[in-house]
Design a protein around this ligand. Structure first.
Ligand SMILES: Cc1ncc(COP(=O)(O)O)c(C=O)c1O
Length: 496
């Protein structure tokens, strides 16, 4: 006899309780005795984690309000592994701890060990500078657990995200038929775009009777590291084009030989190289791509927002011919992490490659009216991460964005002027967008590093060295609209 078959009569019924409202059949009951039920016992407060807790809510909202109201976000500092381990050790228990205690631990031990990319003094790598509106609306996305997977599940989120994408596609001059999706970052965007480039080429080649084989992609020697990784993942080889100036242009393209073009299916151009802010000659790249019938991908993860700045807009001529473009709102479009826009000239090509096929998903593909965001990149479940940008664009208006982007470019111009006029520093090259490369004659990596450490320990700025043509150089990247000329002067003075 299986336990599941046990039914009880008379006195044995005391072993199990008949829940209120449950029907009984005379002396017999169909309710199983509790002792014999499968699985864990339901406790009365199983839903306690999901109950509204006003104290915890106030605690967190107060913290968030304080963070948002900081006049200047501090740069913050580095973490010490042993200290962090000691602070976190034993935190997780079966019973849990008061929210106050855990938030206190975060504030006292963790927060200061996370460099604030949104500080106006964070000038390393590529910083971030989310608007207050974007940060606040990101909380709405979290609090309402908003996903943006399919039109069926999240029509409003998809429509609003598409509106934000349209702003970016208009800035680039992509046709009305273009479409896209917000993914987690430029790396994810580049990867998803290159998969579409590869599979679209494969289909064309198969139709033309060309045997399947290893495919190749043209990239400049300044392409972002994520391109190399993506090509590795999608099993394509990079054909690296050397650039004399760092810019992929007609001259550099002219060095590509017919032999190198064998099995090439795409070319990747960069609109704002990470290291130096260089925008490739997109007009020449697009003419090259069209004449060879290959896919043109533009990695504008950092530099895409420069499209908003009339002072540099001319540099982007030709971007409108791209087959796919990546722009990261979490960089220069002033959105919170993690948000990258992946845009396609012909989104149907992406859909053909990325749509996941499963019987339980058929329902989201029954209507052909709208593309599902999940069909346009390598992902399925996704946070409606574009809504923070959408809200901020709508609230602040595009002029505020244009001014903020121009400000970063102006800061780079100001820094380069101070460097040029100084007697202790040299400009390595004219600034590209908002990136400045400079040298302190005689300095190597060790000196740049100790300078950076000093700036960080004094909370003056966060900077990181780089290299240019093999030479170690200082590098400053400006994104935050609250970065001032006084800050720039202060930092450059410390190089004396
Ligand atoms: C030009 C370029 N492409 C791609 C990336 C990678 O983007 P993410 O860090 O969002 O993955 C970066 C990051 O700085 C970048 O500057």
């Amino acid at each position: 006899m299986k336990l599941d078959d046990v039914q009880i009569d008379g006195p044995m019924a005391t072993l199990g309780e008949v829940p209120a409202g449950r029907k009984t059949d005379g002396a017999r009951t169909c309710v199983k005795p509790r002792r014999l039920m499968k699985g864990p016992r339901m406790t009365a407060d199983v839903g306690r984690m999901h109950q509204f807790n006003p104290e915890m809510t106030d605690l967190i909202l107060e913290f968030v309000r304080d963070r948002l109201s900081l006049e200047e976000t501090p740069v913050d500092g580095l973490g010490v592994r042993s200290e962090l381990h000691a602070a976190l050790d034993g935190l997780m228990t079966d019973e849990g701890r008061p929210a106050e205690e855990v938030l206190g631990l975060y504030v006292d031990q963790i927060a200061d060990t996370i460099l604030s990319a949104d500080s106006p003094r964070f000038w390393a790598f590529i910083p971030a500078a989310p608007t207050k509106a974007a940060l606040l609306f990101d909380m709405v996305v979290s609090a309402a657990s908003l996903q943006g997977c399919s039109w069926l599940e999240a029509a409003g989120a998809v429509a609003a995200e598409n509106q934000a994408l349209r702003v970016m596609m208009d800035a680039a001059g992509l046709p009305q038929s273009a479409g896209g999706v917000f993914v987690s970052g430029g790396s994810a965007g580049n990867l998803s775009a290159l998969v579409v480039a590869r599979d679209t080429a494969r289909r064309k080649r198969a139709a033309a009777g060309i045997p399947d084989g290893r495919l190749r992609v043209l990239v400049s020697d300044q392409a972002h590291s994520s391109i190399k990784n993506a090509l590795n993942i999608v099993a394509m080889d990079a054909v690296v084009i050397p650039t004399a100036t760092g810019r992929l242009d007609a001259e550099a393209l002219a060095t590509v030989t017919d032999e190198q073009l064998d099995d090439v299916v795409a070319i990747v151009a960069t609109a704002g190289t990470t290291n130096a802010g260089i925008v490739d000659d997109l007009e020449s790249v697009s003419a090259f791509a069209r004449s060879r019938g290959i896919w043109m991908h533009v990695d504008a993860a950092y530099g895409g927002a420069g499209l908003l700045a009339s002072s540099v807009r001319h540099l982007y001529a030709g971007i409108e011919n791209a087959d796919s473009i990546v722009m990261d709102p979490h960089k220069w479009w002033f959105a919170p992490f993690d948000c990258a826009a992946l845009m396609y000239r012909e989104p149907r090509l992406a859909r053909a490659v990325h749509t996941q096929d499963a019987s339980y998903l058929d329902v989201i593909h029954e209507s052909d009216d709208d593309f599902n965001p999940s069909d346009l990149a390598y992902h399925l479940t996704r946070r409606a991460r574009g809504l923070a940008l959408w809200f901020s664009l709508a609230v602040n208006g595009l002029d505020a964005y244009r001014e903020a982007v121009e400000h970063s470019i102006a800061m780079a111009g100001f820094a380069s002027q101070v460097i040029t006029e100084s007697d202790h520093l040299e400009l390595v090259r004219e600034p590209g967008l908002s990136v400045v490369l400079f040298r302190r004659p005689g300095w190597g990596v060790a000196e740049y590093n100790s300078w950076a450490q000093r700036l960080l320990s004094e909370q003056i700025a966060f900077v990181a060295h780089s290299s240019w043509r093999g030479e170690p150089v200082g590098r400053l990247v400006f994104l935050h609209p609250n970065t001032t000329e006084a800050m720039v002067r202060e930092v450059l003075e410390t190089l004396r």
